[in-house]
Design a protein around this ligand. Structure first.
Ligand code: HEC
Ligand code: HEC
Length: 323
């Protein structure tokens, strides 16, 4: 999508938002129109391309490797009834997470029952409960902007449900979910409409990475059926992991995020988060689309970062063990 189209979408969204909040909520599904805040790099937002050379087909009875469960594809489509492939791997989850009658946006549908989510959403496994509650409040107030997903969702979820979801996700233990690979020439990819994931172009070939981070599911089918055992590969520019480590040196990030960057008090874990997600957040802090009181420290930290610094820090953090 061009910057200009993105801007038109932004103003369209703003207009719709003002006129009909109900309409916005109805549109907050996986297929909602997406907008990149003007001035931010669109590769961090996974905006589907116009050309869709191939599509993953989710049909009939589906299964995930290693799971005893099976689902009818149509029953788990959308965001209200996510599959729970490995119920023995997590404690009992509240209804706002699992979905069911009366729930339109079950947290487990985008963040997975494991909490680790995909690169276009967020990994919230083991995050401090108070942090999750604070972020929901910031999305609700608009201090943190995500007009298509968390903005509308945060406005319809009750405080009790937010607390229950926060307690559930904070009790989960994250595992390695992304493999960071440094390369000058990753495979050619496109961003698929379904699931908003980057996928390999059928024709093959490679392209220069440029100033970007590209993330692809290791298995697009398993990612799309929300298999929490199937992770991602992130291609990052050569040398970016070491550069990121240097930028984070001397306690620049550990002071607040903990000695091993796994979080401290109410400050979130950074280790093992998806690089594409981290880059998006750092751009958002720098740009101002992620604000609020608790973000003040990050706003000033991010203001000093160049685009290259953001890419390097994201690559480095993604390469660290999350637990
Ligand atoms: C339709 C998909 C979808 C659903 C359903 C959903 N989320 Fe999200 N969530 C997202 C996306 C996309 C982001 C990343 C937005 C961004 O980049 O700021 C996100 C981000 C978040 C974050 C910020 C994470 C961080 O580390 O700062 C929290 C917290 C969160 N969601 C909680 C929830 C809770 C609780 C629920 C259930 C009530 C929920 N989400 C349901 C898509 C979803
Ligand atoms: C003075 C304390 C402080 C320092 C130093 C700091 N952070 Fe943060 N960071 C925070 C706080 C507090 C938050 C939560 C912000 C919010 O509530 O929105 C945060 C959030 C983040 C997030 C978002 C995480 C998520 O799950 O969405 C990223 C990414 C991040 N910091 C990266 C960094 C990096 C990289 C550095 C070092 C260059 C750094 N931070 C240094 C306090 C700090």
């Amino acid at each position: 999508m061009s910057r200009r189209t993105a801007r038109i979408f932004t103003s369209l969204t703003a207009a719709l938002c003002a006129l009909a909040p109900v309409l916005m909520v109805r549109d907050a599904g996986a297929q909602a129109v997406l907008a990149v805040p003007a001035g931010l790099p669109d590769w961090t937002f996974n905006i589907p391309g116009k050309d869709q050379p191939t599509a993953v087909k989710i049909e009939g009875i589906i299964k995930a490797p290693g799971s005893a469960k099976q689902y009818e594809a149509t029953k788990i489509a959308g965001n209200a009834n996510p599959p729970d492939w490995f119920p023995d791997e997590h404690p009992a989850a509240p209804k706002v997470v699992t979905g069911g009658q009366g729930v339109r946006f079950a947290c487990g549908s985008c963040h997975l029952m494991s909490g680790q989510g995909h690169s276009e959403s967020a990994d919230i496994a083991g995050m401090p409960a108070a942090y999750i509650v604070q972020q929901m409040a910031d999305y609700k107030s608009g201090a943190r902007k995500d007009n298509e997903r968390m903005g509308p969702i945060s406005k319809i979820v009750s405080d009790d449900d937010v607390r229950a979801a926060a307690e559930y996700f904070s009790s989960l233990k994250p595992s390695v979910f992304v493999n960071v690979i440094q390369t000058a020439t990753p495979p050619r990819t496109f961003i698929a409409t379904a699931g908003r994931h980057r996928q390999l172009l059928p024709g093959g070939g490679t392209e220069p990475i440029g100033q970007r981070i590209l993330e692809v599911p290791d298995d697009p089918f398993r990612t799309e059926i929300r298999d929490p055992h199937s992770g991602f590969t992130a291609w990052v520019p050569l040398g970016s992991v070491a550069k990121g480590e240097q930028l984070a040196a001397d306690g620049k990030c550990t002071t607040c995020h903990g000695a091993t960057l796994k979080g401290k008090g109410e400050v979130p874990r950074l280790a093992g988060l998806q690089p594409l997600y981290v880059a998006r957040q750092l751009f958002d802090f720098r740009f101002g689309s992620r604000g609020g009181e608790s973000a003040a420290a990050m706003k000033s930290a991010a203001a000093k970062l160049s685009d290259d610094d953001i890419i390097a820090l994201s690559a480095y953090l993604g390469s660290l063990p999350p637990a």
